[in-house]
Write a protein that binds this ligand. Structure first.
Ligand code: IPM
Ligand code: MG
Length: 372
C-alpha cells in the first residue's frame, strides 16, 4: 500500500487522449493493489507555448523534480514544423526537460505480439524471434551540440560532441541490460567516418572486459538500418547515439506493426520519464482513434521503475490479452476495432480483474455487427 506522485505532461496532439488511457490503467492498478497515484498535470510543448510563451515552464520542471515519475504524452504541432524560422518550438520543451532531469538513457524495447505479425511488411519468418532493446543516448550528441548559421545565413551547422564520460555511462546501462537479457551487445555507430563514433568504440572496447559474459559487436549505422529489416532477430541490446537511436527506433517500430506500439523509459540523475516513442499525430488529435498501447506500455515501465514489478507484468499481460482477442485501434487493422478510450477501458477492466471487460468487448462486437 503505497502513495506515488506522478507528474503528467500530456503535451500536444494525441498526447492528452493516450495519456488519459494510461492513467485509467494506473488507477486500475491502484484499485487492485491498494496503491494511490496522485497526478500533477503540467504544461509542455505547443500548448505550453500557447499558454505561457515557454515550451517548458519552470513550474513544469519543479513538478517533475518533486514527483516519483513523469508520464509524458507527445509534443509537436504542424504550425511549427512548417515554419523553419520559428524561434520557439515545442520540441525544445522535451529536449530541455531531458537535459534538466539528466535523462541520459532512453530504453526502447521492441517486442512483437503474435497477432500483429501480419501487419509487419516483412515476411513472418523474418520477424520470428524479434526481441530487442534499443538503448539510445539522450542528452548529448548532435541534438545538444553547438549549432548555428553563418552571417549571411546561407551556411548552417550542428555539432556532434561526445565525451568519454557520456559514452561510458550510457554503455554501462547497455552492458547491464544485456546481462539481464541474451548477453549480446551491439554498438551502432559510424566509426568509419565520425571521430565521435571512434571514441564510442574506444570506450566500449575498454569496458568490455568488465562484462566477460557479454558478447560485444559493432555495426555501422547504415548497415544496421539494413540489418534491422533483413534479419532483425540478430539484435539483443543496441547501444547508440542520440540521433541514430531516434532514427533506428522509428524504423524498428515497423517490426512491431505500428509506431503506436513502442513504449520507452528515460532514466538518469533525477526523476525518470516514460513516454511512447511516437509523435503527436495531429491529424488524429481529439478523434479518439489514436493507439494508446505505447503509452499504456510506458506506464508499465513506470511501474517497474517504482519496483511494482507484479503490477507492471499485470498491465503487459492485459495488453497481451486484448491483442490475443483481436482488439485494437484502427492502425492495428484489428478484428474488433475500438476507439482509443474503449481500448483503455478494456485494459483497465482486465487489470482491475472485473468481469466488466467481457461486457465491454461484447458491446463493441455488437456495434460492429450492426454496422456490417
Ligand atoms: C523521439 C522524438 C523526439 C526526438 C522529438 C519530438 C524531439 O522523435 O522522442 O523520438 O527526436 O527525440
Ligand atoms: Mg523520434
Amino acid at each position: 500500500m503505497k502513495k506515488y506522485k506522478i507528474a503528467v505532461l500530456s503535451g500536444d496532439g494525441i498526447g492528452p487522449e493516450v495519456v488519459a488511457q494510461a492513467i485509467k490503467v494506473l488507477d486500475a492498478v491502484g484499485q487492485r493493489y491498494g496503491h494511490t497515484f496522485r497526478y500533477c498535470h503540467a504544461l509542455v510543448g505547443a500548448i505550453a507555448i500557447d499558454q505561457t510563451g515557454d515550451p517548458l515552464p519552470e513550474e513544469t520542471i519543479a513538478t517533475c523534480l518533486e514527483s516519483d515519475a513523469v508520464l509524458f504524452g507527445s509534443i509537436g504541432h504542424p504550425k511549427y514544423d512548417n515554419d523553419p524560422s520559428a524561434k520557439v518550438r515545442p520540441e525544445q520543451g522535451l529536449l530541455k526537460l531531458r537535459k534538466t532531469l539528466g535523462l541520459y538513457a532512453n530504453l526502447r524495447p521492441v517486442t512483437i505480439y503474435p497477432s500483429l505479425r501480419d501487419l509487419c511488411p516483412l515476411r513472418p519468418e523474418r520477424v520470428e524471434g524479434v526481441d530487442m532493446l534499443i538503448v539510445r543516448e539522450l542528452t548529448g550528441g548532435i541534438y545538444f551540440g553547438e549549432r548555428g548559421r553563418s552571417e549571411d545565413k546561407l551556411t548552417a551547422f550542428d555539432t556532434c560532441t561526445y565525451s568519454a564520460y557520456e559514452i561510458e555511462r550510457i554503455a554501462r546501462i547497455g552492458f547491464q541490460e544485456a546481462m539481464n537479457r541474451r548477453k549480446q551487445l551491439m554498438l551502432v555507430d559510424k566509426a568509419n567516418v565520425l571521430e565521435s563514433s571512434r571514441l564510442w568504440r574506444e570506450v566500449v572496447q575498454k569496458m568490455a572486459p568488465e562484462y566477460p559474459e557479454v558478447t560485444v559487436n559493432y555495426m555501422f549505422v547504415d548497415n544496421a538500418a539494413m540489418q534491422l529489416i533483413l534479419y532483425p532477430a540478430q539484435f539483443d541490446v543496441i547501444i547508440t547515439s542520440n540521433m541514430f537511436g531516434d532514427i533506428l527506433s522509428d524504423a524498428s517500430s515497423v517490426l512491431a506493426g505500428s509506431l503506436g506500439m513502442l513504449p520507452s523509459s528515460s532514466v538518469g540523475s533525477h526523476t525518470s520519464l516514460f513516454e511512447p516513442i511516437h509523435g503527436s499525430y495531429p491529424e488524429a488529435a481529439g478523434e479518439d482513434r489514436a493507439n494508446p498501447l505505447a503509452t499504456i506500455l510506458s506506464a508499465a515501465m513506470l511501474l517497474d521503475s517504482l519496483e511494482l514489478h507484479k503490477e507492471a507484468e499485470q498491465v503487459r499481460e492485459a495488453v497481451a490479452q486484448v491483442m490475443e482477442k483481436g482488439l485494437g485501434t484502427e492502425d492495428l487493422k484489428p478484428k474488433i476495432k475500438c476507439t482509443c478510450s474503449e481500448l483503455g477501458d478494456i485494459i483497465a477492466d482486465i487489470v482491475e480483474d472485473t468481469e466488466n471487460h467481457s461486457l465491454r468487448i461484447q458491446k463493441i462486437s455488437d456495434r460492429i455487427s450492426t454496422i456490417i
